[in-house]
Design a binder for this molecule. Sequence first.
Ligand code: SF4
Length: 328
Amino acid sequence: MKPFDLQRADSLTHATQLVAPENARALAGGTNLIDLMKLQVETPGRLVDVARLGMTQIEDTDEDGLRIGALATNTDTANHARVRSDYPVLTRAILAGATQQLRNRATTGGNLGQRTRCYYFTNIDQPCNKRDPGSGCGALNGIAKLHAVLGASAQCIATYPGDMAVAMAALDATVEIAVNGGNTRTVPLRDFHRLPGDTPWRDNVLAQGELVTAVTLPAPVGGRQLYRKVRERSSYAFALVSVAAVVDMAEGKISRADLAFGGLAHKPWHNPRLSELLVGKIPSSELFDEAADLLLEDARGYGENDFKIPLVRRTLTAVLAEATETEL
Ligand code: SF4
């Protein structure tokens, strides 16, 4: 690990000032950043410890939603009574990720900011445009089992590795961000993470000097909430494919279908046309096939990850069948 300067922020404004320099990183639970520093994938000159800024509360909003502080641990969020009762897809997604020990340390903000698990990104001897811009992409003609089939670019085919944010995308959450200078701004979670394009080193829309302060969930919508994660082993593995679904029925027809997908792209994948297709229709295997066709119309595999395309089709069909109690 390379030497770095450790600073402790004593206020939010102080923290945004401290993280403003290009080589500064905020440190919360440290479950991803410290690992990357040990591998010399991340070599910040300054770490800003934000752990004493509070931001651990999970509280009701005036709109009957829920505001989850950026430093609330994943364990506290998953176990919160209102999350369990009103947003169970979020509890399920968090509990599908990592281990209990990691969830005890990992935070809301840190989870959103976690970096790809692309093997070439975490090996400094390999080319990687995300870690070392202009060096190439080792995964394009290499080991790409975990990699994207949607929204990739010629520069990078990495996936966002998290589960929590996939559920938050299905729930249409909003990210609150503190801006250097004391202001705040909000971004729909569905727009928080980026596609790689020509700048794959930028994972999300946070600018240097900005910090996530909370994620707000809208008022609960009811319906069936499912999170299905397909992975190579039953725990402590990243999603090959995951589906978060908030689905409701009225008079035999689908009245709500908010879907988001993990393991497919550089961000939690949400296609609003899926909801438009499904809502108002009687559920059937033909309809679910149509939804999968729509989801995958621009999908492309890179050899090793070709299997994801039929896998996400089957997973989406199974989730929709369970959520609508449809016999296939
Ligand atoms: Fe790097 Fe992205 Fe290519 Fe992986 S897929 S090697 S993260 S540029």
